[in-house]
Design a protein around this ligand. Structure first.
Ligand code: G3I
Length: 389
């Protein structure tokens, strides 16, 4: 078994001067038996807060490799839970509101916008020197209740235009990137273009994605415009088909001069699936050829099916983080790593599908007690192993 110290030495070598030129690819096949530092360091000393804050934080290690790292945040908790707020401030150089920029939350009634929570996230980021991602301008989920009874083929384009102009316009110049369109592909529904059958497609026709990107660019020319989707990480036939449809979409958008800068790969992973591999790697490389950056936008690792006690589950989760980030961070166009939450105290994982034994899930880099889990060290080591171009 590789020790943590041995692993760190390998990382230092690669950082020192590219002695191991092909290391990033070799790391993709990191042995699944490695273990990650738990609550005690190798010398037996208890982990101190300075070991994972300041120079020891994910933020500092990412910045040393010119990476963005951060998490989805909940504005109410940033306000009411000081420990959570400190953790987000210490660990992230980019944040994204988990729900506060969705239609449902921004638009409680026809003609009414409520920016209070989204503004709070943008203000928090400004106060802590962080960038912000916007999620999301056009999605078929979390639309307000009034949408279905109000939107028609006649007014839908105006509704979407007004939304993008008001929302992206409000934060223009302050957003690192926007998930302009979210989850618009469904490779299994028989349509040759692979577009998901959503209200937007039904109301606006198949050019709505291009239209959304062009409108977003006009509203905020500085933000990196992103298409974001899920279930495109693994080497299963379904996920390979979905990647192919997304590439088809991106090529079409690029061919028509649409301003698209990045692909968001959500990365909701689990402990029991076969790991991501060659399919994802060639997808990321093809996106690079097309001139796109890749952001890991919603990373977490569901341990619903992991056996054993908490320490075993935590190691299983950490191994998935290490394997996945080893693969992804070997690709130079992967420039941001965001987890969907930062502490297991607040996570969407398990909302719909709890663990059979009823215990809370542990999918994130920090435990419910705000102490770093083995996943934290896996993420940090992956940053350290990133070679600079
Ligand atoms: O805001 C209401 C609140 O008023 C109400 O009292 C409460 C009672 O259930 O519900 C609240 O809404 C919840 C909302 O999160 C805000 O907390 C919804 O029920 C709940 O379904 C919703 O879940 C969100 C989910 O998207 C909806 O699809 C999760 O928090 C959020 O993590 C999740 O995020 C998505 C990304 O946007 C896209 N990719 C997948 C990812 C995970 O599903």
């Amino acid at each position: 078994m590789t020790t943590r110290r041995g692993f760190l030495r390998g990382s230092a070598l690669s950082a020192a001067g590219g002695l191991l030129g092909s290391l990033p690819l070799a790391r993709a096949a990191a042995p699944l038996t490695r273990s990650f530092a738990p609550q005690r360091l190798l010398n037996g000393e208890a982990l101190q807060t300075q070991d994972f804050n300041g120079a020891g934080s994910l933020r500092a290690h990412a910045e040393a490799r010119r990476l963005l790292t951060g998490c989805a945040v909940i504005p109410g908790k940033l306000r009411d839970d000081p420990e959570y707020a400190s953790l987000v401030a210490a660990q992230a150089n980019i944040i994204v509101p988990e729900n506060a920029l969705k239609w449902e939350q921004l638009r409680p009634a026809v003609g009414l916008f409520n920016f209070t929570e989204a503004d709070a996230v943008v203000a928090f980021a400004a106060a802590h020197g962080q960038r912000v991602r916007g999620h999301t301008l056009c999605w078929h989920n979390q639309l307000p209740r009034w949408f279905a009874s109000t939107a028609t083929p006649e007014n839908a384009r105006q509704l979407l235009t007004e939304h993008i102009q008001r929302v992206a316009g409000r934060y223009a110049g302050r957003m690192h990137s926007w998930d302009v369109v979210n989850e618009a592909v469904d490779s299994e529904n028989g349509r040759s273009d692979g577009l998901r059958k959503t209200p937007w497609l039904a109301l606006l026709g198949d050019d709505y994605i291009e239209y959304a990107f062009k409108t977003a660019h006009a509203a905020d020319p500085q933000a990196l415009l992103t298409y974001n989707d899920f279930d495109i990480e693994l080497d299963t036939p379904e996920q390979a088909r979905k990647r192919a449809k997304i590439l088809q979409l991106v090529r079409k958008l690029k061919g028509r001069g649409t301003p698209i800068d990045a692909l968001g790969i959500q990365s909701h992973l689990g402990t029991t699936e076969a790991p991501a591999g060659a399919g994802l790697r060639s997808f990321v490389r093809e996106l690079r050829r097309l001139g796109l950056q890749v952001f890991i936008t919603e990373l977490d690792v569901n341990d619903r099916k992991a056996d054993g006690l908490v320490p075993d589950r935590d190691q299983a989760v950490a191994r998935v983080y290490a394997q996945y980030l080893g693969l992804m961070l070997a690709e130079p166009n992967v420039t941001a790593v965001l987890t969907w939450g930062i502490t297991d105290r607040y996570t969407w994982v398990g909302n719909k599908d709890p663990r059979p034994d009823g215990t809370p899930p542990r999918p994130l880099p920090f435990g419910p007690d705000y102490r770093p889990a083995p996943a934290f060290f896996a993420v940090r080591d992956s940053f350290d192993a990133r070679t600079l171009a």
